[in-house]
Design a protein around this ligand. Structure first.
Ligand SMILES: [Zn+2]
Length: 272
């Protein structure tokens, strides 16, 4: 059983409560900018406009920003426990990753993409059958334009993926991860509608396009501590995702870390 700090557990699965409020405040800030411009001229109006727009850009592009929407970045424990999260599947790596996790008696949450899940529903069910978690990582993973999608397009990405994963597995995901970690002010509307809590991370290796496995592992090891949420990927064309997971699992075991899933905490379930 995970050694959770009980006062903190209640705040783990945080569904955005009033996403409309932040949208209203943003609209109000622009009315205030226009009023300031009209009253004091561009010397005041222009910097104010730039400041409010910069805040929106920062809040959207910073993967750990909570400006528009709550985000879980860390688990509340002092024990040597980490939450492994694996994005972008299912893929050709999934089955090998499941075998690897099983050999290490480890658990992970797979944040999957709806269109890829529809192509390999067997793998999605296999993830759950082997005792791992399943999260929502959008329907089509539109990485270049996810940051600027409006409410309808986001509902298509997030809401449709909920339907896809529920139809395949009979279970509805509770956790959500933004595409490339970007969360604009409209994301909260869909998360509230589908009772999803957003998960960010505290440890990432930057295993993107130009992936150097040794550098990635060194970055991960540096940022892993008790309660870390670790961001990993599967199915990347560079072909190193499986090797990175394998070396990481060896290192975690050698360091005395065990992997946990928030779902394993019964008190957490009660917060739904
Ligand atoms: Zn992704």
């Amino acid at each position: 059983m995970a050694s959770w700090d009980m006062s903190y557990v209640r705040t783990l699965h945080r569904i955005p409560r009033r996403p409309g409020l932040i949208l209203g405040l943003l609209a109000l800030s622009q009315v205030a900018v226009v009023a300031a411009w009209w009253h004091w001229g561009w010397r005041i109006g222009l910097p104010l406009m730039l400041a409010t727009h910069l805040a929106v850009v920062w809040g959207t592009l910073n993967p750990r920003s909570r400006l528009f929407c709550p985000a879980l970045t860390h688990l509340p424990t002092r024990a040597r426990e980490v939450w492994l999260t694996i994005d972008d599947g299912p893929s050709e790596d999934t089955r090998a990753m499941l075998d690897l996790l099983e050999r290490h008696n480890a658990r992970a949450t797979f944040f999957v993409v709806g269109e890829r899940a529809l192509a390999r529903p067997d793998l999605v069910n296999e993830i759950l059958r082997r005792g791992h978690g399943l999260g929502n990582h959008s329907l089509s993973h539109p990485d270049l334009r996810f940051w600027r999608l409006g409410p309808q397009a986001l509902e298509q990405e997030i809401g449709r993926n909920q339907s896809v994963l529920t139809a395949i597995t009979g279970q509805t995901p509770r956790w959500y991860r933004s595409v490339v970690g970007m969360t604009n002010p409209f994301v909260g509307l869909s998360l509230k509608r589908h009772h999803l809590a957003r998960v960010a991370w505290s440890a990432r290796g930057f295993d993107g396009v130009d992936c150097q496995p040794d550098t990635v592992l060194a970055r991960l090891k540096r940022s892993i501590g008790p309660g870390a949420i670790v961001l990993l990927h599967e199915g990347a064309s560079h072909g190193h995702n499986l090797g990175i997971l394998s070396q990481l699992l060896d290192w975690l075991a050698a360091q005395g870390y065990r992997t946990v899933l928030p779902e394993a905490s019964s008190s957490l379930q009660a917060t739904r």
